[in-house]
Design a protein around this ligand. Structure first.
Ligand code: SF4
Length: 296
């Protein structure tokens, strides 16, 4: 069996930055430190920070004192203002590429546009963007036809969740351009997402099955599994190595492995080791690994 590791996989710059800001804070600060929401959407990373004494909550009102860390996904400005008003120290680890979305939304609103954001309204990142100006920002989960778009008077701008599918965004941009008279499109899908999606677009057609390492909460990991399936390649999204089933490897000549931007390298290494072990149990002894070389 040949195992191909996707060229771009695992931790991105923004995720590494947020985690290292949280770990640095723990080393330097004696008091309570609490992360609002999940620092990044990976269960192992979240558990690791909790084991190091960094708390977590989804409710700002539960934090009575100490330091608040804003996750990589960012928050609405009023969340930071409220935290500071309540005497909390704030460390903002919002990914700079999420800040690009914030700035784009602010830029268009200032110039009189209604801003459509193509993303998941329930995702932390989208709540942070929408919270900048709830009256002028509309988050749209689906744009598959003109009927999915609201009626809007005046100028319209379209931006995207940083981890959106490149293909879907292009389709959405086409529909938005057809529906409204004055339209500006700014693709705010981040570079890490583009690279991981390009890698799986190359890899999935070349292999029999794809394993995506990432949590169900990770939008970009789910997207990688979805792209692979859409290309006709069965794919499994797994949080950790213990989920690997022998049936997945039976009769497989070429296996692809990739991982979302919030998945640490050690989890990918665990999965690779487990794949080898499981393959041996079903009589696959000739295993070769090809590393597409990590491209951040
Ligand atoms: S996936 Fe993109 S936007 Fe999200 S943390 Fe990584 S670099 Fe930043």
């Amino acid at each position: 069996m040949n195992i191909y590791l996707a060229r771009a996989r695992g931790f991105c710059m923004g995720v590494e930055r947020s985690i290292s800001m949280a770990e640095d804070a723990r080393q330097k600060i004696d008091g309570e430190i609490t992360i609002l929401n999940e620092i990044v959407h990976n269960n192992s990373v979240v558990a690791d920070l909790e084991s190091k004494g960094i708390g977590r909550t989804t409710n700002l009102n539960e934090i009575g004192r100490g330091t608040l860390i804003i996750s990589a996904h960012g928050v609405a400005p009023r969340v930071i203002e409220t935290a500071r008003d309540r005497g909390l120290d704030v460390i903002d680890s919002t990914c700079p590429l999420v800040t690009v979305l914030h700035k784009a939304a602010d830029y268009f609103i200032k110039r009189g546009y209604t801003v459509l954001v193509y993303g998941d309204p329930n995702h932390d990142e989208m709540q942070g963007v929408k919270g900048r100006n709830p009256e002028k920002i509309i988050v749209l989960k689906e744009i598959s036809s003109l009927d999915d778009l609201p009626d809007i008077e005046g100028k319209v701008a379209l931006i995207s969740q940083s981890t959106q599918s490149m293909e879907l965004f292009d389709k959405a941009a086409e529909l938005v351009s057809r529906k409204y008279d004055e339209v500006k499109i700014k693709n705010t899908i981040c570079d890490a997402t583009r690279k991981r999606q390009s890698s799986i677009l190359e890899l999935a057609p070349e292999v029999d099955t794809v394993i995506v390492v990432g949590s169900q909460t990770s939008a970009n990991s789910k997207r990688l599994a979805q792209i692979s399936k859409e290309l006709g390649t069965p794919s499994y999204l797994i949080d950790h190595a213990e989920e690997i089933q022998p049936e997945w490897l039976k009769g497989i000549e070429n296996l692809g492995i990739t991982a979302g931007a919030s998945t640490p390298g050690w989890l990918i290494a665990d999965v690779l080791e487990k794949v080898r072990a499981v393959a041996l149990t079903i009589g696959i002894t000739d295993i070769r690994v090809f590393d597409g070389k990590n491209d951040k």
